[in-house]
Design a binder for this molecule. Structure first.
Ligand code: PEP
Length: 255
């Protein structure tokens, strides 16, 4: 067992309707024990959050998939504020998922906006899975770590040491998300180590040692064990496999 508690996040994205969501909750409630060295959180569409908070097993936390950059109530039509996620009972939120950075054909979220959202969410009492990662062409031209650093730098600038206690970095190579392509455990470990080294140099060695770095990108029961065995992989952020009971194979794949 490593120095950090494992963090397994599920990201349902926009998949499924009300009935499908209830069915998944029922399925997970019957999935057996969660190992003591694992923290589990499910991030679902805002409209399903109250249902999960009321009916999912208490050893699975509930979080949002995004939040506004607004600090409190105000003129932000269509946003869900982190203060609202907190008030309803969420403990986590994903910030900076690559799909949001990309923007769905609209202007995507900038590195600065993602950092600011993270800070506001932390100030409002949530923990944050802060997603970073390179695209296929960036990996191919050798700029993976430049991209990760450019996404982390604005965050390092505005967070103080205390903030980092409630941040997990979700390293998600964009080319591996939803594609069935997974980084090999060695490739993922190399980047996780580089990210931890970056945090050590640019934030502090203590925070680098403590911060959890999750892997995301087509992680599933069949590959989780090998990924989670790597020394700098402290968990996962799981999309597709979190819709099925295979999510529990990931959870049970921790060393
Ligand atoms: C994700 O959405 O963060 C993700 C990693 O998706 P998938 O597991 O489906 O690749």
């Amino acid at each position: 067992e490593g120095p950090r508690k494992y963090l397994i996040g599920g990201n349902w994205k926009c998949n499924g309707d009300w009935d499908a969501s209830i069915d998944r909750v029922t399925m997970f409630n019957g999935c057996g024990d969660i190992p003591a060295n694992v923290e589990v959180v499910l991030c679902v569409s805002d409209i399903y959050i109250p249902m999960l908070l009321q009916s999912i097993r208490t050893d699975i936390a509930v979080g949002g998939q995004n939040c506004g950059v607004n600090k409190s109530c105000g003129a932000c039509t269509g946003e869900t504020g982190s203060h609202q996620l907190k008030a309803i009972g969420c403990t986590w939120v994903i910030v900076g998922h690559s799909e949001r950075r990309e923007g769905f054909g609209m202007a995507g979220e900038t590195v600065g906006l993602c950092a600011e959202k993270c800070k506001v969410a932390l100030d409002n009492g949530l923990s944050v899975m802060f997603a970073i990662g390179e695209k296929k062409e960036e990996r191919e031209n050798g700029t993976t770590m430049d991209v990760c650093a450019s996404q982390l730098a604005p965050l390092a600038k505005i967070l103080d040491a205390k903030d980092w206690e409630k941040v997990a970095i979700a390293y998600e190579p964009v080319w591996a998300i939803g594609t069935g392509l997974t980084a090999t455990p060695e490739m993922a470990q190399e980047t996780h180590k580089n990210i931890r080294d970056w945090v050590s140099t640019n934030v502090s060695p203590e925070i680098a040692e403590a911060v959890r770095i999750q892997y995301g990108g087509s992680m599933k029961g069949a590959n989780a064990k090998d990924l989670l065995a790597q020394p700098d992989i402290d968990g996962g952020l799981i999309g597709g496999a979190s819709l099925k009971d295979d999510f529990f194979n990931v959870i049970n794949g921790v060393p």
